[in-house]
Design a protein around this ligand. Structure first.
Ligand code: NAP
Ligand code: F7E
Length: 388
């Protein structure tokens, strides 16, 4: 009798245990389903030019917003993923080139994005004189190829085009707004004017949700070292740490409206969240010369420099030693002398304003270069390209 009771209790316990296990499994399945549901609700964005300065900042921003991020990556002899290495596991890279229509079509079919940010570009202005045709193939026809693919595959995809203040070139008015006429001064500027107008034209012809962000110069610690800001901050850090004595520079007097790339990618996203597509000027509303950028960078490392001489003879000195030399090697065939943005439309409609000041930007870049050099020393690639 006693045995029968204890067996009955044992069986009852076993049954309860089994039921608990079944409930646990069901709970795990429920949790899995809800995560999968959340995932399918995620917005999907395709970013071209993901390995570039803006691509990396935008990818980070979109991931924080809960997007599933796909990045177009073109094959080169060396895979350089420095900028996106912290994000590699969170994004999906897809092989493609915006000059290759077939690769765009297959990526659009495979990824099925709701939003495309076209940041791919030959972005270095001097290279547009040495490689004008490939610049146009990428910056002009490349844009049209993406728009055509959108039109044919899914005209509901929202499209952002990385247009530029270089389109204002020989400026027709100050400051520049969405209504200022264009007068580009380089094959780069000309190619971007095509990209701008074809984006507007597909919006008007086919009712595509296509926007132009007319972005003024924006920089960061990951800016390419051939652009003037990063060239300066990296050189100043090298001089401070004794790796070099001076650096060479081109036009000291050209003025740019410089902002921080991390702030600007927020405006790109905001444009695609509006009810209707439009074009927006994005800048800080403040302009500074290359000379001022150099002075401010040296100030960050405690060096107050003075200028002597004129034109190609001009030099910057610290404690009697030359630390900056002007070299006509860096002059351009024609120059964009002055840029200044009026972003009041973006402020009003996108609620966008820049958060980082000129001084904060310079400090951030110089300190990043100093820290990197202190930690890793001079890279081989920095020794081999001293002509940029
Ligand atoms: P960036 O650092 O030079 O990056 C450009 C990106 O485009 C790189 O990832 C590059 O890939 C990619 N790319 C170039 N040609 C391509 C092609 N044929 N197919 C696919 N990808 C290609 O430039 P950024 O400063 O981030 O600028 C992003 C975009 O905004 C560019 O279109 C630029 O012209 C425009 N923009 C920039 C500024 C600015 O101040 N930064 C201002 C206005 C407009 P690889 O790594 O393979 O070279
Ligand atoms: O030149 C002068 C140069 O090459 C700025 C790109 O992102 O912004 C960028 O184009 C200014 C020019 O940029 C050197 O002559 C003097 O006046 O840094 P940069 P950029 O040409 O304004 C626009 C908005 C874009 O869209 C482009 O993609 O600095 N300058 N001395 C020099 N410039 C360089 N690179 N190197 C020099 O030694």
């Amino acid at each position: 009798m006693k045995n029968k009771v204890s067996r009955g209790v044992k069986d009852a316990f076993l049954k309860i245990k089994q039921d608990i296990n079944i409930l646990k499994e069901e709970l795990t399945d429920l949790k899995k389903d809800s995560t999968e549901n959340k995932n399918t609700l995620k917005k999907r964005a395709l970013v071209t030019g993901l390995t570039g300065q803006d691509g990396a900042y935008l990818a980070e921003f979109l991931l924080k917003k809960g997007y599933e991020v796909y990045g177009m990556h073109r094959r080169t002899s060396m895979e350089i993923f420095d900028r996106i290495s912290p994000l590699r596991k969170k994004i999906t890279l897809v092989d493609g080139d915006i000059t290759d229509f077939a690769s765009i079509v297959s990526i659009l079919k495979e990824v099925q994005p709701e939003e495309i940010y076209n940041l791919a570009g030959q972005s270095f202005v001097p290279a547009s004189w040495t490689q004008p045709i490939s610049t146009a193939e990428i910056n002009a026809l490349g844009v049209m190829k993406i728009l055509e693919a959108i039109r044919l595959i899914n005209p509901k995809i929202k499209f952002y085009q990385a247009s530029t203040s270089e389109m204002f070139g020989k400026v027709r008015e100050n400051p520049q707004t969405e209504k200022t006429p264009f007068y580009p001064r380089s094959p780069y500027g000309v190619s971007k004017v095509f990209g701008y107008f074809i984006t507007k034209n597909y919006r008007e012809s086919y009712n595509l949700f296509a926007c132009n962000g007319i972005l003024f110069n924006h920089e960061s610690p990951t800016r390419g070292k051939q652009f003037v800001t990063r060239k300066i901050t990296h050189s100043v850090a090298k001089i401070k740490l004794g790796y070099q004595d001076f650096f060479e520079i081109g036009n000291l007097n050209s003025k740019r409206d410089w902002g921080y790339a991390g702030d600007y990618v927020e405006a790109m996203w905001a444009m695609l969240q509006r009810n209707k597509p439009d074009d927006y000027v994005i800048g800080t509303g403040k302009t500074h010369s290359v000379r001022e950028f150099i002075e401010e960078s040296f100030k960050v490392v405690g060096m107050h420099i003075t200028w002597e001489g004129k034109g190609v003879e001009e030099v910057g000195k610290f404690e009697g030693k030359v630390v900056v030399k002007v070299s006509p090697k860096f002059y351009r065939p024609v120059e964009v002398e002055y840029l200044l943005a009026n972003s009041s439309k973006a402020k009003k409609e996108l609620k966008w304003t820049p958060k980082t000041s000129f001084k904060e930007l310079v400090k951030m870049m110089v300190e990043s270069d100093l820290n990197h050099l202190k930690k890793y020393g001079l890279m081989e690639s920095d020794k081999s390209r001293l002509d940029i």
